[in-house]
Ligand binder design. Structure first.
Ligand SMILES: Nc1ncnc2c1ncn2[C@@H]1O[C@H](COP(=O)(O)OP(=O)(O)OP(=O)(O)O)[C@@H](O)[C@H]1O
Ligand SMILES: [Mg+2]
Length: 228
């Protein structure tokens, strides 16, 4: 596959929820295309639809209408097992609150997705490489509670990259960090997109992060508009 081939495509995706007898719009006719290596920033107010969009792309949630294809494969054509496999092997998630497992060490947190994705072979070397990459080789045996927020997020990025995913979906990854650590995380994700050829989609409500993306969208009331 050529590096610039389109890897994520959404066509007329709609998603609504019902809560308290009310219909709530999550996504309203969203279409987009992303290529390998794109660093896309998804900006929008609270409730705009950012998490819903990431969850649909990552197969955690399903649209009511429209189509999502990942590397040419339609998500709606997959069963639950296939979608789970796709998530484990091809897509890395990074969250605002890091979501590390507190009872596992840094090393074990990064190892877990390799075990789940059946990619444990050669994993030891990969984990060391990634720890070195995020600057935490000396903290392999620490537990998450012994790390700073910025360090926890660096572990989460190493964990997300471990199975060599083609896409990294990050939901407010800097939302819980000070600006210095936030910038470090953004730089690391950008570097990872370039070094590993991963496509990144980063959701945020911080307009300053827009300048980091080669692609930028705004999402509001579930409607997407492109700004770059
Ligand atoms: N499980 C659900 N049930 C009902 N409504 C939901 C559900 N999940 C999301 N919504 C609604 O869908 C809309 C989009 O929510 P979403 O979580 O995608 O927003 P967001 O842009 O990620 O917001 P934030 O910046 O606060 O995280 C909101 O109105 C929200 O209340
Ligand atoms: Mg959200």
């Amino acid at each position: 596959m050529n590096a610039y081939e389109n890897v994520i495509r959404l066509t007329n995706v709609c998603k609504s929820y019902s809560a308290g007898g009310q219909k709530i719009i999550g996504l309203d006719d969203v279409s987009l295309e992303l290529n390998a290596g794109d660093f896309a920033v998804l900006m929008g107010p609270s409730g705009g639809g950012k998490t819903t969009l990431l969850n649909c792309i990552g197969g955690l949630d399903q649209p009511d209408q429209g189509e999502i294809t990942i590397r040419g494969y339609s998500l709606s054509g997959m069963n639950d097992k296939e979608r789970t496999q796709l998530r484990r092997t091809e897509i890395g998630f990074v969250f605002q609150f890091f979501n590390l497992l507190p009872t596992l060490t840094v090393w074990e947190n990064i190892e877990l997705p390799l075990l789940l994705a059946d990619k444990a072979e050669g994993g030891q070397e990969r984990i060391s490489e990634l720890l070195d990459y995020v600057g935490l080789l000396d903290r392999a045996n620490s537990f998450p509670a012994e790390l700073s927020g910025g360090q926890m997020q660096r572990v989460a990025i190493a964990r997300a990259l471990a199975p060599k995913p083609f896409a990294l979906l990050a939901d407010e990854p800097t939302g819980n960090l000070d600006s210095e650590n936030g910038t470090r995380i953004l730089d690391l994700m950008k570097q990872a997109a370039a070094d590993f050829g991963a496509t990144v989609i980063l959701a945020t409500h911080n307009p300053q992060i827009m300048e980091h993306g080669n692609r930028c969208w705004e999402i509001r009331d579930g409607r997407l508009s492109s700004t770059r």
